[in-house]
Ligand binder design. Structure first.
Ligand SMILES: Nc1ncnc2c1ncn2[C@@H]1O[C@H](COP(=O)(O)OP(=O)(O)O)[C@@H](O)[C@H]1O
Ligand SMILES: [Mg+2]
Length: 430
């Protein structure tokens, strides 16, 4: 495999799978001597062969911020990049000029950038409408869009957002206006939802479920209900509750209007799925240094390798590296006590500072231990840690700081701790 692949640890996940290794259960003890490889995101975004970067992870870990920061860095490195954000925090959206949800990329002014940055916010319903318009006659499209069932499906069906994110990604990539598309993913509870949704959605639209739903109407009422059984009754009742009365009639109309489009939807879902498996695509998995987020990340990494989708590596976001790694938590605690006992001018302040350091050191040890546990399950997956900023990341300056942490040279930190770690391999003895 190429140098590019090995620098990103793509080969790794394949091996991890073939060994059949699985995630980091709570009982797994981190093994000594496992050091995660570095994740070189600067090389990734600068590489002209990189055409799509997908940032995934569970909710709230920093996917949107990471996507925006990587896009900014790519534009500054000279690339023509578009970032598709899904649910940007309001202030971040504002600073990217995304106040209006118009479902079209808009240029972001990046002073001094040699490339170009466009950004957009996904409008799920508009994207769905566009697909319908593109695949039917105007009359038929109108018929579909006024249908309450369609309206519910296009704005609230679980998985619609994931599916539409893929749809939009396909459109952006196909337009050839950009040489790099960076995609944020929806705020799902599980990172896996992103990969599962298109299938679920196309199965749904494929009619199996819809046919089941409309069976009574087609078979003429009660007889049909008896035919499909109690399972359907429960299902139908739940759906009716969610969507309201008129349901079955609406669905029937919807189905006949959509009938011609089923194939289209399935094909599109398949095509975009294939796009994700191409060599120009890279997944960046984002996680917080917390057990749940890392467990999710671990499942996701396994899944990517099963699907043959290229993984760039793991971004461990919002870590808490200490200001110095020369003083252990235990020694800092002891020193704090000694200083406080001795008393005198400034003792309180010094003892306080030492205690803060002890806490910070303890936290960092915990975070490093979680990272080590991940690495023992996925030894070849490259890691980049990104320290927590003092406040939220909501403007270009904040994104630049984040980009520096994401792309900076591996050893270039104030304490000398490599950026793939929270703490150096050898910590001071306690
Ligand atoms: N490294 C960081 N330091 C400080 N705040 C961060 C960092 N990364 C993300 N945030 C903040 O955390 C919040 C959630 O981030 P966001 O990117 O929206 O997460 P997600 O898209 O995964 O839900 C935002 O308010 C963002 O500004
Ligand atoms: Mg988000």
């Amino acid at each position: 495999m190429s140098e590019r692949a090995s620098s990103r640890g793509e080969h790794s996940s394949e091996r991890a799978t073939s060994r059949g290794e699985h995630s980091t259960g709570p009982g797994t003890t981190p093994q000594q001597g496992h050091t995660a490889p570095a994740l070189d995101l600067a090389a990734l975004v600068a590489d002209p062969d990189t055409r799509i970067v997908v940032c995934c992870g569970s909710g709230g870990v920093g996917k949107t911020t990471t996507s925006a920061a990587l896009a900014l860095a790519a534009a500054e490195a000279g690339r023509t990049v578009v970032v598709l954000t899904i649910d940007p925090a309001r202030r971040l959206a504002q600073s990217l000029g995304l106040e209006e949800l118009d479902n079209e990329p808009r240029q972001v002014e990046v002073p001094g950038a040699s490339g170009r940055l466009d950004a957009m916010m996904l409008d799920m319903k508009r994207t769905f409408d566009d697909v319908v318009t593109a695949h039917s006659t105007p009359e038929r499209a109108e018929q579909i869009m006024v249908n309450p069932f369609y309206q519910a499906l296009s704005s609230s069906f679980a998985g619609t957002q994931e599916y539409m994110a893929m749809e939009k990604l396909g459109q952006l990539r196909a337009s050839e206006r950009w040489d790099l598309v960076i995609v944020d993913t929806p705020p799902s509870r599980s990172a896996l939802d992103f990969l599962d949704a298109p299938n679920r959605m196309s199965r749904f639209l494929d009619g199996t479920m819809i046919r089941l739903l409309t069976a009574p109407a087609r078979a003429g009422g009660r007889a049909g209900v008896r035919l499909v059984g109690a399972g359907f009754m429960i299902f139908s009742r739940i759906i009716s509750k969610i969507l309201g009365g008129q349901l079955l009639t609406d669905i029937s109309a919807f189905v006949s209007a959509l009938d011609t489009m089923f194939g289209g939807f399935r094909e599109r879902a398949t095509a975009t799925y294939e796009l994700l498996r191409q060599p120009g695509t890279s997944f960046v998995v984002v996680a917080a240094p917390e057990p749940d987020a890392l467990r999710e990340a671990s499942y996701f990494v396994d899944r990517l390798s099963t699907e043959g989708m290229p993984l760039a590596g793991l971004v461990l976001n919002r870590t808490h590296p200490p200001a110095t790694t020369q003083l252990s938590a235990t020694r800092a605690e002891a020193a704090a006590e000694a200083v406080a006992e001795a008393g005198g001018k400034g003792a309180k302040l010094a003892a306080g500072a030492l205690r803060v350091h002890a806490e910070r050191m303890t936290l960092a040890i915990r975070e490093q231990r979680l990272a080590d546990r991940f690495t023992s399950a996925h030894p070849e997956v490259g890691i980049r840690t990104v320290p927590a900023a003092a406040g939220d990341v909501h403007d270009l300056d904040g994104l630049r700081t984040m980009a520096a942490a994401l792309l900076g040279a591996e050893g270039d930190t104030p304490t000398g701790t490599p950026r793939s770690r929270v703490l150096p391999v050898r910590q001071p003895a306690s």
